[in-house]
Design a protein around this ligand. Structure first.
Ligand code: RRO
Length: 306
C-alpha cells in the first residue's frame, strides 16, 4: 500500500491514512485504542471525558435497529484525572495521532479538561458539543452560537494543539454552526454526531432505552451525514472529518467526494470488527489507483460542481 497516496494533513495533524476511530466506540482504554491503531486506523479518538466522573444512564443504553444503533449512554466516563493515566499509557503504546474527546458544562470546564488532556499526551482535542441527550452539555452547547463561540475560543486559548469541533445534525442550519466554530478558531470540524431518535417495544409498549430518546448511528444516518458534509464544505474552509455510517470503502469515498478530508468509523467497528479500518483503507487506495489519482487529497470535494 502506498502510504504517500493515502496520507492526509488535518490542519497540521498528519495521518498515514484517512480513517479514524470515532469517539464513543471502544475509546475507553489504552489496550483497545492501541488495538484499533494496530488494525490500521490512521488516528484514534477517545470516548468523551469531562472534569468529573459520570456514571451514565442505566441499561438499556444501546438498541440495534434497521441499519444502525440507537444509543443513550449518557456520557459515562471516569473524569479527566483518572483518564489522564490512560492517555499517558495510550500515547506510549500507539504510533498514530491520539485525539481526546472532551465535554464540559461551561467554557472554563471544556478548557480545563482539554488542557489536562494535552498535558497527559493528547495530540489533538475533539470538542463534543453535540451529544444529543445529556442536559446542559453536548448539543445544548453546540446549538447555541454564542456559547459555542465562547467554548471554542476558551479551548483554543488553553492549548496549542489542533481543536476539532464535532457538530450536531440536530440543528436548523448546520452551516451557521460550522461557520461559528470555524470563526472562533476550530482547526477542523467533525461532521456529524448522532441523529436524535428512539425505539419503542411493541410488546411492553415502552421506549426501549432507559433514557427513552437517544442518538442514531450507522448506515441509516449516512445520507444525512453526507449532506451535512456537502453543505459545510461549501461554507467553511477548515478541513472536515466525515462521520456517520461508514462501513466500506465506497462509503468513505462518498464522504471524501462530498468534502471530507478523512472519515471516522464507529458503528461498523461495533457491528463488524476492527478489520474495517484496513478494508476501507485498501478500498480507497484501489479506487485512487483505478481512477488515476496520485493522492487522496485530489478527490476531496470533487463532487461539488464549482
Ligand atoms: O455518551 C453518549 O450517550 C453519547 C455521546 Br457523549 C455522544 O456524543 N453521542 C452519542 O450518540 N451518545
Amino acid at each position: 500500500m502506498n502510504t504517500g497516496r493515502l496520507a492526509v494533513d488535518l490542519a497540521g495533524l498528519k495521518l498515514a491514512n484517512p480513517t479514524m476511530l470515532a469517539s464513543g466506540i471502544l475509546g475507553y482504554s489504552a489496550e483497545t485504542l492501541n488495538s484499533i491503531a494496530e488494525n490500521g486506523a490512521g488516528a484514534v479518538v477517545t470516548k468523551s471525558v469531562g472534569l468529573k466522573p459520570r456514571r451514565g444512564y442505566p441499561n438499556p443504553t444501546v438498541v440495534q435497529v434497521d441499519c444502525g444503533l440507537i444509543n443513550a449512554m449518557g456520557l459515562p466516563n471516569p473524569g479527566i484525572t483518572e483518564f489522564a493515566a490512560e492517555i499517558r499509557k495510550t500515547k506510549a503504546a500507539i504510533n498514530v495521532p491520539l485525539i481526546v474527546s472532551v465535554y464540559g458544562y461551561s467554557e472554563d470546564e471544556y478548557a480545563a479538561v482539554a488542557k489536562k488532556a494535552v498535558e497527559a499526551g493528547a495530540d489533538a482535542i475533539e470538542l463534543n458539543v453535540s451529544c444529543p441527550h445529556v442536559k446542559d452539555t453536548g448539543s445544548e452547547i453546540g446549538q447555541n452560537p454564542r456559547v459555542l463561540d465562547a467554548v471554542v475560543k476558551a479551548v483554543k486559548a488553553a492549548t496549542d494543539r489542533q481543536v476539532f469541533v464535532k457538530l450536531s445534525p440536530n440543528v436548523t442550519d448546520i452551516t451557521e454552526i460550522a461557520g461559528v466554530a470555524a470563526k472562533a478558531g476550530a482547526d477542523a470540524l467533525t461532521v456529524i454526531n448522532t441523529v436524535r431518535a428512539m425505539a419503542i417495544d411493541a410488546e411492553t409498549a415502552m421506549p426501549i432505552l432507559s433514557n427513552e430518546r437517544g442518538g442514531l448511528s450507522g448506515s441509516a444516518m449516512k445520507p444525512i451525514a453526507v449532506r451535512c458534509v456537502y453543505d459545510v464544505y461549501e461554507h467553511v474552509k477548515v478541513p472536515i472529518v466525515g462521520c456517520g455510517g461508514v462501513a466500506d470503502w465506497r462509503d468513505a469515498v462518498e464522504f471524501l467526494l462530498a468534502g471530507a478530508s478523512a472519515v471516522q468509523i464507529g458503528t461498523a467497528l461495533a457491528l463488524e470488527g476492527p478489520e474495517v479500518f484496513r478494508a476501507v483503507t485498501r478500498g480507497i487506495d484501489k479506487y485512487l489507483r483505478r481512477k488515476g489519482f496520485k493522492s487522496v487529497n485530489d478527490v476531496v470535494g470533487l463532487s461539488h460542481r464549482n
